[in-house]
Design a protein around this ligand. Structure first.
Ligand code: OGA
Ligand code: MN
Length: 217
């Protein structure tokens, strides 16, 4: 049988998903630069371009009746990604394969996925928060990726991830476990109710995609 000239895409994807599982089970979070397949980040950028015309709404904290716009805590604009286009579906299908992988290997029982684009204008931020509160939310795993070409340290806009709030070991107050530049292709995954995190202001517009794997409601 002839040798395959390159690794087939699904094997590469399997390797990435394995890496995410390993980090999640070891430390509860994963930060992987240049990890999202180019096909998927391209699809997200096309999807965003087609949605741009509709405009972004001011980001609300919480959804439904609890939803409120609180610009003291966060200042960004969001647009939910539904399966409205081929490009949106490429992203959602990729997340679906990751969901199945997480369930198969970590037995998380994840049931669904929701995600939105978020655009931060220069100077905008999102203060330290948790994406889920124990017993009060069904968001289990947070997934973040970024759509910013050529992001440099001097642009700011870091995502700071603070220590696991259930960790036994004493932690220095205000010291983050990870500082992530929002560079194109970087993937961040963490347990939603364990890791406080914040977004620092940047000097240029900052585009992210935030998603959550949820339990059944
Ligand atoms: C969020 C969030 C982080 C980021 O939307 O809940 O924490 O880096 N986003 O954009
Ligand atoms: Mn968050």
């Amino acid at each position: 049988m002839p040798l395959l000239p390159t690794c087939p895409p699904l094997l590469i994807e399997e390797g990435l998903f394995d890496e995410i599982c390993r980090s999640l089970s070891q430390s509860g979070y994963a930060v992987l630069p240049a990890a999202l397949p180019v096909l998927i980040s391209d699809a997200l950028m096309c999807c965003l371009a087609t949605m741009e015309a509709d405009g972004f709404r001011n980001a609300a904290i919480g959804r439904g009746v609890q939803s409120q716009v609180n610009t003291g805590v966060r200042r960004d604009e969001i647009a939910w990604i539904e399966a409205q286009s081929h490009t949106a579906r490429l992203w959602l299908e990729w997340a679906e394969r990751l969901r199945l992988h997480l369930n198969r290997h970590l037995y998380l029982g994840l049931f669904s996925f929701e995600s939105h684009f978020a655009r931060y204008q220069p100077g905008q931020f999102y203060q330290t928060h948790l994406d889920a509160f124990r017993g009060r939310s069904n968001r289990v795993v947070t997934l973040l990726t970024y759509l910013n070409h050529d992001w440099l340290k001097q642009h700011g806009g870091e995502l700071l991830i603070y220590p696991d709030n259930r960790s036994e070991s004493p932690v220095a107050l205000g010291v983050s476990v990870a500082s992530v530049l929002p560079a194109l292709g970087t993937l961040v995954v963490f347990l939603s109710d364990r890791f406080p995190h914040e977004v620092l202001p940047a000097t240029r517009p900052r585009l992210s995609v935030a998603g959550w794997f949820r339990l059944n409601e």
